[in-house]
Design a protein around this ligand. Structure first.
Ligand code: NAP
Length: 304
């Protein structure tokens, strides 16, 4: 698999990763089985996926614990663990970016992950009071101490990213981005490119909508779209299906291939509830879109 460098850190990763909010994320999703979580992570690693994107918030540590159990049977050096923290259980889960909190959060995550370093640590959400440079300085200290290898921020506005990166300490940014949520392209992408910061889009499949498994009658499940937008998305997916058929691929594989072909996107981290979804999503690596097909998909979703 093609590898990419993470910002100016020493971390490299395959371009396809695994999102793990449904691995142990019992506080966020119903009807999850821990065993599926174990199998999802193993399936991804066995398929050569390196990066596992987790967070304290996914099961309040359970996702990290499951990953920690699984990686004991694998070569740690080949795995890229990305985790996040900010939600403070002592303060009604409000974001906390204070240096002491972040240092404690990293130590606790290391214990749950049963490892002695985290490849990428993100501040999951900004807080209202900590100067961003102060929070990043704390993570830079952890990087120097070898506890983390790359520094990231997530859910920060562009202004907050600029403030956080004033001394060049940010390696990677994770934010909401997909074909149906493209705001990052205008201002964020150029800033990240100029500053050699890697971008990781979350919700690449728009929480399953871009897999093609939903119909017009499912509009109520996706209430952030107007009914006109939802209709447009369903119609667009039918057109993506025509491209997918030519590659003997699924809609999800074709959409993932579209992100994989975009140099502005660092690592694509589709989430999965079941191992079969992981096996299918990994096949996206074999789908090579022609530039006409790439442009066609781009144009279909240009209004999002
Ligand atoms: N930094 C942040 O604040 C933040 C926020 C959200 C997510 N994330 C990270 O980003 C990752 C990706 O986001 P996401 O997982 O929420 O959404 P996503 O990747 O857009 O969608 C993943 C969901 O789509 C369904 N799916 C996946 N592959 C499929 C396939 N081949 N066929 C049919 N359905 C399929 C599964 O849900 P069902 O089977 O239940 O339909 C899966 O859980 C997360 O796992 C997490 O690691 C980060």
């Amino acid at each position: 698999m093609t590898k990419i460098n993470i910002g100016s850190s020493s971390v490299t990763s395959t371009k396809l990763g695994l999102g793990t909010n449904k691995v142990g994320g019992h506080n966020l999703f119903q009807n999850l089985q821990d065993q599926d979580g174990y199998d999802v992570v193993k399936t991804a690693l066995d398929a050569g996926v390196q990066l596992l994107d987790t967070a304290y918030m996914y099961g309040l540590g359970r996702s990290e614990e499951i990953i920690g159990d699984v990686i004991q049977d694998y070569n740690r050096e080949k795995i890229v663990i990305a985790t996040k923290a900010a939600q403070d259980s002592q303060q009604d889960m409000k974001p906390n970016n204070q240096p002491a909190f972040l240092k404690k959060a990293v130590d606790e995550a290391l214990k749950r992950l049963k490892t002695d370093y985290i490849d990428i640590f993100y501040i999951h959400f900004p807080d209202a009071k900590t100067p961003k440079a102060e929070a990043i300085a704390a993570l830079t200290d952890l990087k120097k101490a070898g506890k983390i290898r790359a520094v990231g921020v997530s859910n920060f506005s562009l202004e907050q990213i600029k403030e956080a990166n004033q001394d060049g300490g940010v390696d990677i940014v994770e934010d909401n981005y997909s074909l149906v949520h493209r705001q990052a392209e205008k201002k964020l992408f150029p800033y990240l490119k100029e500053n050699k910061i890697t971008f990781v889009p979350y919700f690449p499949l728009a929480a399953g909508l871009l897999t093609g498994k939903y119909q017009l009658s499912d509009a109520a499940k996706f209430d952030k779209f107007t009914s006109a937008q939802f209709k447009q998305i369903i119609e667009n997916i039918e057109k993506v299906k025509e491209i997918a058929v030519k590659h003997e691929a699924t809609v999800a594989q074709t959409i993932l291939a579209w992100y994989l072909a975009d140099p502005a996107i660092g690592i694509v981290i589709p989430g999965a509830r079941k191992p079969a979804q992981v096996r299918s999503n990994v096949q996206a690596l074999s789908v090579k879109l022609t530039s006409a097909e790439y442009q066609q998909i781009d144009q279909l979703f240009k209004d999002f």
